[in-house]
Design a protein. Structure first.
Length: 109
């Protein structure tokens, strides 16, 4: 059985403090141009980004404070992308967004 690689998002910023991608055994994060980001944990621990958005200083992708770095692996290397949630067991993620944005829909139960 081949060695399983960990996805970069499985590591916390604390675990990744000394990691620079690419790293053997860790699937890297790809930006919107398909290039790897050397440290995609940057936005998840930043609280000083004005307005909550900034460009990642490592790859230039637009990131949002406190949220995971956008990962475009599914576009450039679909075989390495993490599995999508099973729609039959997960709630509809758009339902909460529509409710938060005042879409006129009832908040999901």
């Amino acid at each position: 059985m081949p060695d399983q690689k960990r996805h970069w998002s499985d590591l916390s910023p604390q675990e990744a403090a000394e990691v620079v991608l690419p790293q053997p055994g860790i699937l890297d994060c790809l930006d919107d141009m398909g290039d790897p980001c050397p440290w995609p944990w940057w936005p998840t621990h930043r609280q000083d980004i004005p307005g909550g958005m900034a460009h990642c200083p490592h790859c230039g992708s637009m990131v949002v404070r406190g949220l995971p770095h956008p990962d475009f692996t599914f576009m450039y290397r679909p075989e390495d992308a993490p599995p999508m949630p099973d729609a039959s067991t997960e709630s509809d993620p758009l339902a909460d967004i529509e409710w938060i944005n005042g879409g006129g829909h009832a908040r999901p139960a």
